[in-house]
Design a protein around this ligand. Structure first.
Ligand SMILES: [Ca+2]
Ligand SMILES: [Ca+2]
Length: 214
């Protein structure tokens, strides 16, 4: 005897785990066309283990593709650059997929970015902005050295805008044509670095976001 009643609805909206979020923004971003969703598993009163239909919706809420999965999470790929998406989940009776729950609330939106484009024209590619944790669609938000100070005659202090969760590497070189940058400090969770015992030689500095940090 099969249970052929509709399962209860998924509670709440599915949560999105794209590769990147920007602090202070509710929008999620992806630069590789993929996003991972998860949601609260449905508990059916008759003990049925539901399957789930995940619908990918465009910015106006219209369905653009559908996935059916047996667990309460899924990784989606193929999100087209330049488009914004939300996702909903419906629980299905695996014995009769016409017996469905109500549709869940929609997830927060995911903007799929072209990784090599610079949407806001601030000189950083979309992919680089996501690594740095800066907003890829706000030209005022970018990663750069904001101050070079001389706290003492033999020291140099470099400042940059720190983003939560990111770690930084400070490098120096005696010329800009060299590819040989020397690391002065790595894995910094700060917004500045001071080099002491600086000698009289001209020196260039740069700050790099550690690629394993977001
Ligand atoms: Ca940019
Ligand atoms: Ca930006």
């Amino acid at each position: 005897m099969y249970d052929v009643t509709p399962p209860p609805a998924v509670s709440g909206a599915p949560s999105v785990t794209p590769p990147f979020t920007v602090p202070g923004s509710s929008t999620n971003f992806t630069a590789n066309g993929s996003a991972t969703l998860s949601w609260a598993a449905v508990t059916d009163p008759e003990g049925l283990v539901p399957t789930y239909r995940v619908v990918v919706r465009n910015a106006s809420g219209s369905p653009v593709s559908t996935n059916e999965v047996s667990s309460n999470s899924v990784s989606l790929a193929g999100l087209t650059s330049g488009n914004s998406y939300t996702f909903t989940v419906t629980a299905l009776n695996p014995n009769d997929s016409s017996k469905t729950s109500a549709v869940s609330a929609a997830s927060s939106s995911v903007v799929s970015l072209n990784p090599t484009a610079d949407d806001d024209g601030d000189g950083m590619t979309n992919a680089a902005e996501l690594v740095a944790g800066t907003h890829p669609q706000n030209s005022q938000d970018k990663f750069s050295i904001t101050n070079i100070l001389r706290p003492a005659s033999n020291s140099v202090k470099i400042e940059w805008p720190q983003v939560s969760g990111r770690k930084y590497r400070v490098q120096a070189s005696t010329n800009l044509t060299s590819t040989n940058w020397t690391a002065l400090a790595t894995n910094l969770s700060t917004n500045s670095f001071t080099e002491s015992s600086v000698t009289g030689t001209a020196r260039f500095y740069r700050v790099v976001v550690e690629t394993n940090s977001p």
